[in-house]
Design a protein around this ligand. Structure first.
Ligand code: NAD
Length: 259
């Protein structure tokens, strides 16, 4: 086996790929030879990402849908005529943002939905829709993007952390169900990665000027970049990772080791 990530002939869907981590993953899969379906609920972002994958030499087309809407998910994925690779990336606080985070005890149940819908139901919807084709072809790769918060907790985003931990537990269970069909299911747990959601728009400050306490916890003294996640995801999606399943891999500059 040549030691390169070769996804030629594979059809991959990356959810929430209009920006940030998902966009970097879409580009990496495209560069590795996959045909990439770029999903985003914000179509202008999706179109830009499709263009970027193509500019970088990949094959790509947009697949607009809301991962929290089972009817849309099922119709879109069924229409794709078979996926080999599903990357469940859409997450964070969905389209509503992380604004207004407060101690859990000050929140109301209707505020938790936005985290659970996208980070847990979104993963379940897309996985449910993608699996039948993978089972028929006895081959498939599913990678779900979770968070350090799922493994170690994080104050003021408990509903998010709970939804991500739920997604990781869901993926481990699905891994057990579908391993017999040659399908692997893994998670990648990120530390803080610089994306439009985690940085103020237009903030030009280089990492070296950010001397907050959090940064000191990273053994590699910087926050992550979307590309830091994309390489591992592309590997887990490849034939080289055919005996790796049911795992959650941290990509966090050593943050959790230093806790
Ligand atoms: N950035 C980080 O620091 C960090 C840390 C840990 C985990 N993560 C996880 O990594 C993933 C990507 O993070 P990011 O910061 O790049 O995200 P982001 O918020 O910058 O981008 C996510 C994209 O998903 C789209 N999206 C939101 N809800 C959607 C829905 N219901 N259906 C379809 N698309 C939808 C958004 O329009 C957006 O383009 C998320 O699952 C996030 O929870 C990120």
């Amino acid at each position: 086996m040549a030691l390169e990530i070769d996804l030629a002939g594979k059809r991959a869907l990356v959810t929430g790929a209009g920006q940030g981590v998902g966009r970097a993953i879409a580009c990496a899969l495209g560069e590795a030879g996959a045909t990439v379906f770029v999903n985003d609920v914000v179509e202008s972002r999706m179109d830009e990402a499709v263009e970027e994958v193509r500019r970088r030499g990949g094959r790509s087309q947009g697949m607009p849908f809301d991962v929290t809407d089972w009817t849309q998910v099922q119709a879109s994925i069924n229409g794709a005529d078979g996926l080999d690779i599903l990357i469940n990336n859409a997450g964070n606080a969905g389209t509503e943002g992380f604004a207004d985070l407060r101690p859990f005890v000050e929140t109301q149940p209707d505020e938790w939905d936005r985290f659970i819908r996208v980070n847990l139901y979104g993963v379940m919807n897309c996985t449910r829709a993608a699996l039948p084709g993978m089972i028929t072809r006895t081959e498939g790769r599913i990678v779900t993007i979770v968070s350090d918060a799922a493994r170690y907790g994080d104050a003021y985003i408990a509903p998010y952390a709970g939804a991500k931990a739920g997604a990781a537990g869901f993926c481990r269970s699905i891994a057990r169900e579908v391993g017999r069909y040659g399908i692997t299911v893994n998670c990648v747990a990120l530390g803080t990665v610089r994306t439009p959601t985690t940085t103020r728009e237009g903030d030009p400050a280089p990492e070296s000027q950010k001397s907050d306490e959090t940064l000191k916890r990273y053994i590699i003294r910087r926050r992550g970049e979307p590309e830091d996640a994309a390489g591992l995801v592309a590997f887990l999606a490849s034939p080289m990772a055919s005996w790796i399943t049911g795992q959650t891999y941290p990509v966090n500059g050593g943050y959790t080791l230093s806790l």
